[in-house]
Write a protein that binds this ligand. Structure first.
Ligand SMILES: [Zn+2]
Length: 311
């Protein structure tokens, strides 16, 4: 068990997205990295010993290599301990390397494109076994949730409504500092579809300004409350810097996942919706929710990646 976990964690022991240090992108190179790590754990192939009387420079390089390996092994152990501490059923699969540039969106199932409007995306076109976790609204600000995501290296994209977040924007600044994206979900969480252009513009664009001020980065992504939008919504969003409008194909709860597909399974590129909610609304805590999502995603052979790196 330990050896299996250790190699899996080794392959995925990089920092969360947005913090540099990512694992390899392909399954083959991930496996190669795991083999290499396992060999190192067994005391297997290592760089040949330096001959006696080696020059000082070579000796320093060898010492640095040893320190890097020790740091890597310590990171692996820390993550493995986190997997046990947070009660996951198995080690999460490593996220692939962040794409060098965001893939260009073409007309596809799950993507709606129209000229001059940000694309509306239910599912990111990809062949990789990755899915994206998105967390909405902002009522529950559970420090255990952000700690769990950080310790497990779970990539998150959040969509925050001002009227719920404004009591403690520090919580979301902290999430951003640990690699999560904080995106736009309007000021008052109203159903935009029944509002005129000017009110929609105010709801979306004032939250762009607010998040830029509170978090320190202007969001690129926007999600309309309830997933309800019309052409005015997209036009208003484009006018204040929104580049894409992600919706979702699954919704996660602490005790279940609800799928839009008949086969009741995840598909590559799926966007999973969940919420910052507590036990007042749910039969479970936010760590219970994250445990359920990560267990389901891993059991179906998927890795979680960061939506903002792909849209
Ligand atoms: Zn919402």
């Amino acid at each position: 068990m330990a050896a299996v976990c250790l190699t899996a964690v080794m392959a995925g022991c990089a920092a969360p997205s947005g913090q540099g240090g990512r694992p390899s992108r392909t399954a083959a190179s991930t496996a190669a990295a795991a083999d290499e790590s396992e060999a190192a754990d067994r005391g297997g192939p290592r760089p040949p010993a330096a001959p006696l009387g080696m020059p000082g420079l070579a000796r320093q390089e060898e010492e640095r290599g040893g320190e890097a390996l020790a740091r890597r092994e310590a990171a692996v152990r820390a993550r493995l301990e986190a997997v046990h501490r947070w009660g996951l059923e198995r080690v999460p699969l490593p996220a692939p390397q962040r794409p060098a540039s965001r893939p260009e969106l073409r007309p596809a199932q799950g993507v709606k494109l129209s000229d001059g409007r940000p694309p509306v995306v239910y599912r990111v076109p990809t062949d990789e076994k990755i899915v994206f976790l998105t967390v909405d609204d902002g009522a529950e600000k559970d420090p255990a949730f952000s700690r769990m995501a950080k310790e497990l290296g779970i990539p998150l994209s959040t969509f925050v409504a001002d009227y719920l977040a404004r009591s403690d924007y520090g919580y979301f600044r902290n999430l951003a500092a640990q690699g999560a994206a904080v995106n736009n979900h309007t000021i008052n969480h109203r159903n935009l579809k029944v509002l005129g252009y000017d009110v929609q513009h105010d709801e979306i664009c004032r939250q762009q300004d607010q998040l830029e001020q509170q978090i320190g980065a202007r969001p690129r992504l926007f999600r309309p409350p309830y997933g309800e939008y019309n052409d005015d919504t997209l036009r208003a969003a484009a006018s204040c810097g929104i580049e894409a409008v992600p919706l979702w194909n699954e919704e996660a709860f602490p005790d279940r996942m609800e799928y839009r597909y008949a086969d009741q399974r995840l598909h590559p590129g799926d966007i999973i919706l969940t919420h910052f909610r507590g036990t007042d609304l749910w039969r479970g805590t936010m760590p219970d929710l994250l445990r359920k999502v990560v267990n389901d995603v891993t059991a179906q052979g998927f890795a979680l990646a960061r939506l903002d790196d792909y849209l």
